[in-house]
Design a protein around this ligand. Sequence first.
Ligand SMILES: CC(C)(COP(=O)(O)OP(=O)(O)OC[C@H]1O[C@@H](n2cnc3c(N)ncnc32)[C@H](O)[C@@H]1OP(=O)(O)O)[C@@H](O)C(=O)NCCC(=O)NCCS
Length: 432
Amino acid sequence: MASLDTLTLPLDQTSGDDLAAAGLEYRRVDADGDDFRPFLQAVGRGFLGGESTDAEVDNSRLTLRTRRLTGVFDRAGAVPAMPVGTIDSWATALTASPGRTIDLWAISAVTVAPTHRRRGIARAMIGGELRTAKAAGFALAGLTVTEATIYGRWGFSPAAWASDVVVDTRRARWTGPQAPGRLDFVPKDSLVERLHAVHERVRVRQPGAVPGWDGRWRGLAGLAPGDKAAERVRAVVYRDADGVETGVLVYTIDERDDFSAHDLEVRTLFAADADAYAALWRFAIEHDLVGRVKAWLQQPVPPVQWMVDDRRAVTATLTDHHWLRVLDVPAALAARAYAAPLDLVLRVDDPLGLADGTWRVTIGDDGEAAVMPTDAAAAVEMTVGALGSLLLGGVRATELAAAGLVKAGMNECAALDRAFAAAVTPHLDIWY
Ligand SMILES: CC(C)(COP(=O)(O)OP(=O)(O)OC[C@H]1O[C@@H](n2cnc3c(N)ncnc32)[C@H](O)[C@@H]1OP(=O)(O)O)[C@@H](O)C(=O)NCCC(=O)NCCS
């Protein structure tokens, strides 16, 4: 059982020593201390943002107070209080299959000052997080990424995907279901609770999902200080025939030159059932004076494609979104339910040594996996990254074998494909 109080865990000694050898200090940052503002400014600089105002610092503190903030400091610098490296982590819950979650070590705010790039600071910070998470009993670490080229070297690999959707509403006549419930506008200041409530219903059934938090909901709702689009944020909710709120859409209308064809930009659309999904998408597509609907982080194969007469009016661009890193093979594999029995010996190659080994993987008719270390010869070999990608069933072993990332015969690949097939396509619907 992983330790969920990550704030009390010590800093990784190896990373501390490596950074000290480079003349750098590795230490925790207290969200209520003097270090917090410079930490936040360093994160903002790393992600090319502006300087945070007092109100923005206070708003971020509300979220980051519960997180494990770590900085790397260069005492010889002109502003030694400003970290040259930042990282933030916390314990959360990853949905492994519908109704089943596993503790996840979530990582965010990875930045290194451009003056200190490519000296191994990120390597020390990420290695430190992985070793700390492993020592605390976490089977998985995860993150969302700015660039797909950074994290593979540390054993992270895409495990859940998302699509960016654009709908040309002049071509898209609604042919989808007629939802029986009703839509109503709701005030922005009610959205934190509403987004939380609907998202909780969605994410526990959605492999690849993690819970949101109040700061994330405030941001999407236009309630965070410094949000230049805040006054244009509007929200509608869907209530089913029994009056239960099962969907919420938060959006802005962005003006374009053609006054009758503005952009409706979806900030978020959460739907706990098919009716809510259909009602909210129909609302967006049929909105008067709108020519285009844009929505990010939608399902990898968005159902809205099947709800309009001209499916080419809907463009969905698939992107990797949730990257996972297996730290404990037996615990990670046991987290989910499987679609078919399996019995094979699996070799996992982990250059960092955290999840390296050979296991007999047995999945019974009940879909439960038993994973035991073995000295037997492996029928299937893969990198720790490939295992992370296979874990939730978002990609098939056959596809990874074709790319040389899984070494196995056709029969073993087919057996893996049958067992790992996902009941629900993995999807992560927020950034973290
Ligand atoms: C990405 C970032 C954190 C890397 O920090 P860094 O301290 O320069 O990285 P390191 O020196 O520890 O590099 C470790 C390895 O990663 C590689 N690497 C670092 N950044 C990379 C990038 N953007 N693309 C590809 N490889 C990268 C290095 O070349 C090095 O490779 P090696 O294993 O072959 O030696 C830093 O460039 C940054 O802050 N970028 C802007 C913010 C950002 O994108 N953060 C990531 C958020 S998900």
